[in-house]
Every structure is written in structure tokens, then in C-alpha cells.
Design a protein around this ligand. Structure first.
Ligand SMILES: Cc1cc2nc3c(=O)[nH]c(=O)nc-3n(C[C@H](O)[C@H](O)[C@H](O)COP(=O)(O)O)c2cc1C
Length: 176
């Protein structure tokens, strides 16, 4: 898939087709996309926990406060980051997006969540104190066909300024 099309059509999906499993090579590509993502000063402080066993995905769902839907995912990835690294949350955002786009390139949908009972999660999955459980992504085949419905996003004219904050961007005018 063309990169721009991938960005345009990708949605955060929370309902998965439980009858289909994601092929191992696609999972590997998702992890490889994570590994290849750039991080602050290239320190690669992150660690990932791959969950493929139903009971562990269920445990993650129970530990979550905003991502109970992950119990329907075929697999999930936890993104742990070092909070001492400045920009660690940006690093997490980049790595999540890369994993999600890599998956979507192969027709695998995904959703992110961040709400977690960190204490419970640490106990359940043996996460060390020096790593922050920053983001969680569930992956699987989407339950419903994704037809590329328009995303609910603000128009460029509202969010882009030109040269100086306040100078509204006019999308009808051609760019330089
Ligand atoms: C930093 C961040 C945190 C998010 N946390 C949650 C979450 O805890 N639970 C959840 O269901 N979705 C979460 N989302 C998903 C957003 O709700 C979703 O990206 C947004 O609604 C746009 O979805 P769309 O691309 O399908 O239109 C989060 C997204 C981001 C970027």
C-alpha cells in the first residue's frame, strides 16, 4: 500500500474478527517496524512485550482502564519506555504509529489504549520499576470491513497557519 493511502485509510479499530489469526510473518514485520523506529538520541530505551496467548491478552484487558476491547485482539504489544529519557512519550507515539501502519499495510487493523492500572500490570507481567507502561496496541483482522470512511478530523484551514501563528492557511490557494 502507498504510504499516504495507508495513513488516509487507517482507523483505530476496537472490534476484531476472532475467527482469523494474524500470520506470524506479519507479526514479525510489526515488531520489526517497532525496532526500526527512531527514538530520542537513538537510545532505543523502549522494550516491548508481545502477547499472543488468549489468557494473557485477557489479563491485559483486565489490567486496563480504557482498553477492555483488547480482549478481542489476536495479539497485543505493550510499549514500555524509560521515563528518564526526555521525549519518551513522543518515542512511544512514533513507535505505535509505525507498528499500526505496518500492520494496516497487510490489512491488519489495530487500536491503541493508554489507560492502565500500572501496579497490577507490573505484577502480572513482571515489568521492572524503571520502565513506564506507556501504550498498548491490540491487533487483528477487523470485525467489519473498513471502507475508508472519512475520518472525523478538523479541516486544514482551522489547524494550519502560514508563516505566523494566526495567519490562516487557505487550502483553495495554491502552495508555493
Ligand atoms: C495518545 C493516545 C491515547 C489513546 N488512548 C486510548 C485509550 O485509552 N482507549 C481507546 O480506546 N482509544 C485510545 N486512543 C485512540 C483514539 O481514541 C483514536 O486514535 C482517535 O479516536 C482517532 O481514531 P480514528 O483514527 O479511528 O478516527 C488513543 C489515541 C492516542 C493517540
Amino acid at each position: 500500500m502507498d504510504t499516504f493511502d495507508c495513513i488516509v485509510t487507517k482507523l483505530d479499530v476496537r472490534q476484531f474478527d476472532g475467527t482469523k489469526h494474524v500470520p506470524a510473518d506479519v507479526k514479525s514485520k510489526v515488531l520489526e517496524a517497532a525496532r526500526l523506529t527512531g527514538s530520542s538520541n537513538n537510545v532505543q530505551h523502549w522494550r516491548f512485550v508481545l502477547l499472543q496467548e488468549k489468557e494473557n491478552i485477557e489479563k491485559l484487558a483486565q489490567d486496563s482502564t480504557t482498553g477492555g476491547w483488547v480482549r478481542g485482539a489476536d495479539f497485543a504489544v505493550m510499549v514500555l519506555t524509560n521515563p528518564k529519557v526526555s521525549g519518551h512519550m513522543i518515542d512511544a507515539g512514533r513507535v505505535v504509529q509505525d507498528m499500526q501502519l505496518a500492520a494496516w499495510n497487510y490489512g491488519i487493523a489495530s487500536g491503541i489504549f493508554t489507560g492502565i492500572n500500572a501496579e497490577k500490570l507490573r505484577k502480572d507481567f513482571g515489568i521492572p520499576d524503571d520502565l513506564h507502561p506507556t501504550a498498548f496496541v491490540g491487533f487483528g483482522y477487523p470485525a467489519k470491513k473498513i471502507t475508508g470512511r472519512r475520518k472525523r478530523r478538523n479541516p486544514l484551514a482551522e489547524i494550519v497557519f502560514v508563516e505566523r501563528f494566526g495567519n490562516k492557511f487557505d487550502p483553495s490557494k495554491s502552495l508555493k
